[in-house]
Ligand binder design. Structure first.
Ligand code: OAD
Length: 250
């Protein structure tokens, strides 16, 4: 069923208010109103301008580590200047009302945590963290002289962002927790994600197949839309706060 952006069917509100287990999956679209670029936006998406196989793969890093390092440094700066938007805060509020609430994000920007969300699973890592590409040691502090890719203090290997690149496995514990939460969800939201990157894209289906009510919030239709019980097309920063208000009041 398609619903007008700011009208929420009573059946949905009732289900949401009474659900013990609510799971939310977010993607780059939820941070778009914080000024961060999505990946696949037709005009401004990062993957319209840059080549993912060059910038977001181990092969790309091996070929040209400096280019990859600099691209993440550029994105890290954008993230540092970004603040959570009303959609992030609405999810903080939702978590206060739901007994078992899990927020699964594909985003690496940390804005959910900055807003105050607690139970957050980061499926694709976090851009503020860095680790050694050889020994895996995390680095919290590193010196970037702008000339060379910083190196690991322990083994001298090149440092890389602690994010998941194409062709790499997701952090196993995070993925397992996400799958488990999705399977147990009574209500599952897919918000601001194009829903095409696996394995995250399969989580809404796992939830739906186990009986969850599936709700999508996105500017556009996605491959998931036909499976959604309710699909709201518009900005997450407008729809989510309105939905939380309608469900639990001010
Ligand atoms: P995409 O760029 O693929 O999709 C963003 C989605 O957000 C699109 O469906 C937009 O229609 C929607 N959108 C944009 N602005 C919105 C807004 N204000 N409100 C609601 N929806 C909005 O980003 P992801 O789905 O997150 O992976 O991409 C998934 C993964 O692909 C990323 O985590 C990244 C990328 O390659 C890795 O880096 C491993």
């Amino acid at each position: 069923m398609m619903a007008n952006a700011l009208e929420f069917p009573e059946a949905l509100l009732l289900k949401l208010r009474s659900a013990a287990r609510v799971v939310v999956l977010t993607g780059a679209g939820i941070s778009q109103e914080s000024g961060l670029r999505t990946f696949r936006d037709p005009q401004n998406g990062l993957w319209r301008q840059y080549r993912p196989e060059e910038l977001a793969s181990l092969e790309g890093f091996r070929r040209n580590p400096k280019q990859v390092w600099d691209w993440y440094a550029y994105r890290r700066e954008a993230v540092k200047g970004a603040r959570p938007n009303p959609a992030h805060y609405a999810l903080v509020e939702m978590e206060r009302h739901v007994p078992y609430f899990t927020l699964i994000t594909q985003n690496v920007d940390g804005l959910h945590q900055m807003a105050g969300s607690r139970n957050v699973i980061e499926l694709h890592g976090n851009i503020q963290r860095v680790r050694c590409s050889v020994c895996g040691e995390s680095a919290l502090d590193w010196e970037d002289d702008g000339l060379e890719v910083p190196r690991c203090e322990r083994c001298g290997g090149l440092l890389r962002p602690d994010v998941v690149w194409f062709g790499e496995s997701l952090p196993a514990a995070a993925l397992q927790a996400a799958v488990e939460a999705a399977r147990q969800a009574q209500v599952f939201f897919s918000i601001g994600t194009s829903g095409i990157v696996q394995p995250a894209a399969s989580l809404p289906y796992a939830a739906k197949n186990r009986g969850a009510l599936l709700i999508e919030i996105n500017l556009e239709t996605t491959p998931l839309t036909p499976r959604a019980d309710f699909a709201f097309h518009g900005k997450a920063g407008e729809i989510l706060p309105a939905l939380v208000r309608a469900s639990w009041g001010e």
